[in-house]
Design a protein around this ligand. Sequence first.
Ligand code: NDP
Ligand code: 2IT
Length: 446
Amino acid sequence: MKNEYLSSLMQRVIQRNQGEKEFHQAVREVLESLEPVVEKHPEYIKKGVLECIVEPERIIKFRVPWVDDNGNVQVNRGFRVQFSSSIGPYKGGLRFHPSVYEGIIKFLGFEQIFKNSLTGLPIGGGKGGSDFDPKGKSDMEVMRFCQSFMSELAKHIGSYTDIPAGDIGVGSREIGYLFGQYKRVTNKFTGVITGKSIEYGGSLARREATGFGLCYFTDAMLRDNGESFRNKTVVISGSGNVAIYAAKKTRHLGGKVVALSDSDGYIYDKNGIDLKLVKQIKEAERKRIKTYISVHPDAEYHENCKGIWQIKCDIALPCATENELDKNDAETLISNGCIAVAEGANMPSTPEAIQVFLENNILFGPAKAANAGGVATSALEMSQNSIRDAWDFETVDAKLKEIMENIYKNSSAAAEEYGMKGNLVAGANIAGFLKVANAMMEQGVV
Ligand code: NDP
Ligand code: 2IT
């Protein structure tokens, strides 16, 4: 970083948050993008906006004790990072995965500030989770864990304070148990969590929203460059909520999805993935993606999920987890003729991979912009809960599409305004930052 103030701020972030490498990575990317902004607007430095924005407003960290099916006491850690409430109540998902520690939740909470700002809706940034692993646990174990987690979290959230949702390892089953316990301990039926099932206040299209939104964004980016999804070969990593609905929308838009993965390995089906079967395996049976080949023996299964980027494709949509796509993978994709990459997961490409994409003029949709459809539709769920109404699928889907197209336009315009035409990483960071920064300045030093 050339700017002296920004590089010394980066050093302070590293000092204060030792060992939290994912958080450092997320902050560095944003500060780098903001160099031309602070040069044009030194007031953001003078008024301490950047100093404040890298420090969470509040971090809640708690013990989550629960009893497993054998009667043994298990103890996990729970987190909620309430990062920024400048433009709305804290909003962001909960992740249950063994890799969760404070640095992961901070990186996700930090990203969420700018992503939520880009949606154009009044939502601040937050994230939470636990190192609990739902995989291999019985439904009753998951329920007891969720009840214990919410018994503490309930003290800190509320429909006008902080509204959690799902993320890795937190789907409709977990959301149900969390909501049930919130209602029990507070005696309130409010829209305190999003991603709820339709029966008790969820929004139609929230389940599809992140994956559909990713494709609406990618489609806008492709069309702006004279391309489209039509007849394109698409590789999607992951096989969870985001990946499955990205695959479905890719197909609606005329593309062919040939590969999906989980943390063990990937499947390659040159005839196009049988999505109905994937939904059965992953959503209904909670089995491994490998099971796919027992029904389609003509498809291939390979151990090692990273190998998925070796497959020749036109469009790559990483939808699993952070840092899943590195410099080598980026170079392989390009040498195989890939023209566009858009991130469904949060921070899936390493900084070196992003640099390779930008240097080679690959159409690149960064996570904050490209996967904002999930949280945007969560905000639409909040609206419906507030007015005690339920919109039909087409209404929500149309709003989602419009939001994603606007995010593309605003990110492109910001990149161009600051002299980096086509660089949507910088554009998304800048457009997301400006709204939050201006709100912070108007609200004073708080
Ligand atoms: P799910 O839990 O539904 O699915 C996660 C998928 O990613 C699974 O296939 C999982 O495989 C795979 N995965 C998880 N961790 C790893 C890992 N360390 N290495 C390789 N594969 C891994 O989560 P989502 O689909 O909801 O989330 C996927 C990504 O999208 C995350 O980065 C999340 O933060 C982001 N996101 C999610 C949104 C949402 O609305 N759900 C919104 C915006 C972003 P396995 O089953 O083997 O663990
Ligand atoms: O990363 C994300 O944006 C999410 N996991 C969705 C958050 C939300 O509040 O819907």
